[in-house]
Design a protein around this ligand. Structure first.
Ligand SMILES: Nc1nc2c(ncn2[C@@H]2O[C@H](COP(=O)(O)OP(=O)(O)OP(=O)(O)O)[C@@H](O)[C@H]2O)c(=O)[nH]1
Length: 329
């Protein structure tokens, strides 16, 4: 089949720093009625995939990529996945008219977008529609100060969703806006709580503009990727079938946020807690953390805890000892 420009499949690259609200937005897209069939590719930084378990059940095609960061080690996988999806569609096995790629919070979106220009087959079939960057309005300033991936995510955005408006006041919003404007004066801005936005503002909007990206990074189309992650940032993951004692987990977390909150960029998981019929979904970002009951464990389902920490200077042995102490023996 020869694809003309008009019939290319739009791709939305959903980016934003750790914990900004990308999965929250993805879930809105997947639950809202829009008469579109969407193929979703979810990439996570930790070796244990939590996001795929937090994405709502839906009929859409969802592909996970957990074995590295999409912008570095797994770009080859991304190309394979997209080619396979397209082939399956041509064979009539799946149908989709839109692709959404949720990157890890530590990804530079540029090389992900670049993939669609440097790979000949993909460039014929797919078209980058826009890079949508979700911003955690409360924590972003801290991340921008550290000069990490958060800057690239904002500089490359076509749309910026200033999320978590409930956590900041009007003055802080103004200051944040001014700072972001210096980095990216042209992106469309949206303001939201829990990513409650009109989806027409972000899907199928044809805002991706190569000239703009070349202005931001003159090497955008070179095919080389020089992005280096901060070496101090790593992830530690735990998987455990024995149930946990919730009060011990609570005490552990209170201790961790007090002692290491600054360095704990993101921690999240599904917990198997003694005496609970429901999975406990655990979400943490720096000093903020919540644990709440979610779906019931299914009949016959293997109950297990999967927990991931992403942070600076993590001490794996110490975390492991503390985690093990929460297991009901
Ligand atoms: N207070 C508040 N919390 C929010 C808002 N939006 C999302 N959250 C919470 O922030 C946490 C992180 O949200 P996610 O959607 O998982 O963020 P993410 O960007 O997918 O996170 P990673 O994939 O780990 O980078 C969750 O506990 C959300 O419920 C908001 O507008 N206000």
């Amino acid at each position: 089949m020869v694809f003309t420009k008009q019939s290319r499949i739009p791709v939305t690259i959903l980016t934003g720093y750790l914990g900004a609200g990308k999965t929250t937005l993805l879930n809105r897209i997947l639950t809202e009625k829009h008469n579109k069939k969407i193929a979703v590719i979810v990439n996570e930084y930790g070796e244990v995939g939590i996001d795929n378990q937090l994405v709502v059940d839906s009929e859409e095609e969802i592909v996970e990529m957990n074995n590295g960061c999409i912008c570095c080690t797994v770009r080859g996988d991304l190309i394979k996945i997209l080619r396979t999806l397209h082939f399956s569609m041509e064979q009539g096995h799946v149908h989709f008219d839109q692709v959404i790629i949720e990157t890890t919070g530590l990804a530079d979106p540029a090389p992900v977008a670049q993939t669609f220009f440097v790979d000949e087959i993909l460039s014929e079939v797919f078209e980058v529609d826009s890079i949508v960057t979700v911003v955690d309005s409360k924590h972003i300033t801290k991340h921008l100060d550290k000069k990490d991936e958060a800057q690239e995510q904002i500089a490359f955005a076509d749309v910026i969703v200033f999320n978590k408006q409930d956590l900041i006041n009007a003055d802080e919003i103004k200051q944040l806006e001014a700072r972001v404007s210096q980095m990216n004066p042209t992106a469309k801005r949206l303001y939201a709580e829990n990513c409650q936005i009109n989806l027409q503002e972000i899907l199928n909007i044809h805002t991706f503009n190569v000239d703009h990206k070349l202005n931001v990074n003159p090497h955008f189309l070179d095919g080389h990727h020089h992005h280096h992650h901060d070496d101090r940032v790593s992830s530690v993951a735990f998987t455990e079938e024995r149930p946990l004692d919730m009060s011990k987990v609570d005490r552990w977390m209170s201790y961790l946020v007090q002692e290491k909150g600054e360095d704990l960029l993101r921690y999240k998981g599904i917990l198997n807690v003694a005496g609970m019929q429901e999975r406990i979904v655990f979400q943490g970002l720096h000093m903020l953390f919540t644990g709440r009951p979610d779906k019931k464990w299914k009949e016959g389902e293997k109950r297990k805890t999967e927990l991931v920490f992403i942070g600076r200077n993590l001490d794996k042995d110490e975390l492991e000892k503390q985690f093990n102490a929460c297991i009901v023996s």
